[in-house]
Each structure stands twice: as structure tokens, then as C-alpha cells.
Design a protein around this ligand. Sequence first.
Ligand SMILES: CC(C)(COP(=O)(O)OP(=O)(O)OC[C@H]1O[C@@H](n2cnc3c(N)ncnc32)[C@H](O)[C@@H]1OP(=O)(O)O)[C@@H](O)C(=O)NCCC(=O)NCCS
Length: 147
Amino acid sequence: MGPADANNAGNVHGGVIMHLCDEVAGIAAVRHSGCRVVTAAVDRMTFRHPVFVGQLVTVKATVNAAWRSSMEVGVRVESENVRSGEVLHTSTAYLTMVALDDEGKPTEVRPVASERPDEIRRAREAQLRRDSRLAERQRIEQERARA
Ligand SMILES: CC(C)(COP(=O)(O)OP(=O)(O)OC[C@H]1O[C@@H](n2cnc3c(N)ncnc32)[C@H](O)[C@@H]1OP(=O)(O)O)[C@@H](O)C(=O)NCCC(=O)NCCS
């Protein structure tokens, strides 16, 4: 991370980390679907430790689950103090990416083949997040209809 990524105290802006997460999640979703994709939602983003100028940031993404046209991508961000070698898990993010066809319409994607225990756990948790997001949306719509 360089000075342009940070404030005067040397803390890297959250938005810089979010931008990296969005880019890397997009690449993972394109690799999975073979389509162009858009970000439909950032479902969650946590910042567990500050990131400072001079640290090396590594961003890894996994497609946790896929439904009809949407995919949940989990992103893990780590910072490394390259002098001491200390590595910290600084952020986790979950983004929903939607695959588009050549006309820009949502298009079907293949399911995620979850086999290993960690893949099965990620797929199950992705389904929980999707269910709670859809349930929340439904509750809000009902609330608005009542108001
Ligand atoms: C994402 C987008 C393509 C969805 O279009 P839509 O007309 O709502 O399409 P659909 O209703 O068919 O939904 C397509 C999928 O998107 C998902 N989706 C739509 N809105 C969503 C939201 N707010 N959060 C999570 N998923 C969403 C739907 O659940 C559906 O998933 P599924 O096919 O796996 O069941 C459209 O809203 C869009 O183009 N948004 C702008 C994307 C963009 O520009 N991103 C960059 C932001 S700067």
C-alpha cells in the first residue's frame, strides 16, 4: 500500500480495500461463470485490523455458492509487514456477483461443486446469508405495504 491509498496518519482507507475486494471477487466470478459479471451487492464487509502504508496486502476470493445467475464470493484480505513477516487477517467480505449474457441480461451459471468439508461449510453459510437477505427484503416490503 502506498501513500495515495492512505490518510495522513498512514491508515489505508477502507474504500481502497473495498475496491480490491470488488475487483478480486469479480475475477473469481468471471472464472467460475465464463461470463462478464456485475456486483449486485456487497453483503458484508468487516475490518478487523488497520492496514498501514508500506504493508503488503493479499486478497483471495472463492465462489462459495451459485444459484441461477448469482454467485456469492467470499473474500479474505491479509496484510503483511514485510520486514517482520507478521501476517494478519484484516478483512472478510461477501459479495453477490451476477453473470450477464451478451445482451447484459442475467444468465445461468453452473453450480459450485462443493466437495471438501470447508467448501461444504462455505456453501451452507452462503445459503444462510442469501436466505436471511431475502427474508429481510420480504419483511421490509411487508412493513412498507402496511405503512
Ligand atoms: C444485478 C442486476 C443485473 C440484477 O438485475 P435484475 O433485473 O434484478 O435481475 P433479476 O431479478 O433476474 O435478478 C438476477 C439475480 O440477481 C440477484 N439480485 C438482484 N438484486 C440483488 C441484490 N440487491 N442483492 C443480491 N442479489 C441480487 C437476484 O437474486 C438474482 O439471482 P438468481 O438469478 O441467482 O436467483 C441489476 O440490478 C444491475 O445491473 N445492477 C447494477 C450492477 C452494477 O452496475 N454494479 C456495479 C455497481 S457500481
